[in-house]
Design a protein around this ligand. Structure first.
Ligand SMILES: Nc1ncnc2c1ncn2[C@@H]1O[C@H](COP(=O)(O)OP(=O)(O)OP(=O)(O)O)[C@@H](O)[C@H]1O
Length: 233
């Protein structure tokens, strides 16, 4: 059994009499330790699938499993624990607490975790060992995203889910953050999933899932992914 399995998953939103199939019979696998890039046009269902995988939304039909556990059958309480213990999230806008320092932002997240990693070590890992006591407003966008990545990693999650993690960053900073996510995957063996519009990111992934009209249109395995600092867009 693959580490992550989506089997014929659908998510239908109903608004009055209108039904929107955001995800429409989607199936794919992800193996443990892979860097996965999910690409597709706007409205294809990328964020919805990430939300289903992260337990932030529940399926209309189909099966989602992570590490042999049936996420799509979880109760609300089980989903809360799953989000808390198993998943690390990185969003386009970093969602840091403005009146807490970098270190305090990471410490806050690990307070509710089972086996957290050391917040200072995680901030050192992302290159912010000398900015521990800075507030988000004193950090650049790239540095704030690094804090958000440290915060997600400190939870020691099984899966790191990133929704357009470079979307708010300039070219060079975006590339550095992408490299950090790739290094994190390689150096820690953690499974990292990145949702993006940017097809240039495909080259760095072990697995690329092309999403179109709510389905996994094509899955590509990269035998030789390239380093994030060598790609251009
Ligand atoms: N809560 C919701 N209620 C109704 N429709 C929704 C909801 N969330 C998403 N949709 C619809 O589902 C479809 C897929 O949306 P989704 O956000 O997953 O796409 P996406 O590929 O992430 O797009 P983008 O790249 O623009 O963020 C869209 O048509 C969207 O309008």
């Amino acid at each position: 059994m693959a580490f992550v399995e989506f089997r014929n998953v659908s998510k239908i939103y109903t608004m009055g009499e209108v039904e929107v199939a955001a995800v429409d019979g989607m199936s794919f696998d992800i193996e443990a330790g892979e860097l996965v890039v999910i690409v597709g046009p706007s409205g294809a269902g990328k964020t919805t699938l990430l939300n289903l995988l992260g337990g932030m939304d529940s399926v209309t039909s189909g099966v989602v499993t992570l590490d042999n556990r049936p996420v799509s059958d979880f109760s609300e309480v089980e989903l809360t624990y799953y989000r808390r213990y198993d998943i690390g999230f990185v969003f386009q806008f970093y969602n840091l607490v403005a009146n807490l320092t970098a270190k305090e932002n990471v410490e806050l997240a690990v307070q509710i975790c089972e086996n957290p990693l050391d917040p200072v070590k995680m901030l050192e890992l992302v290159g912010l060992g000398n900015r521990l006591d800075n507030f988000p407003g004193q950090l650049s966008g790239g540095e704030q995203q690094r804090v958000a990545i440290a915060r997600a990693l400190a939870k020691n999650p099984k899966l790191l889910l990133c929704d357009e993690p470079t979307g708010a960053l300039d070219y060079q900073t975006g590339k550095a953050v992408l490299k950090l996510l790739q290094d994190t995957c390689h150096n820690t063996g953690r499974t990292v999933v990145i949702v993006t519009h940017n097809t240039a990111f495909e080259a760095i992934a072990n697995r690329v899932i092309h999403v179109r009209e709510g389905r996994a249109d094509k899955v590509t395995i990269n035998r030789r992914p390239v380093s994030a600092d060598t790609i251009d867009w």
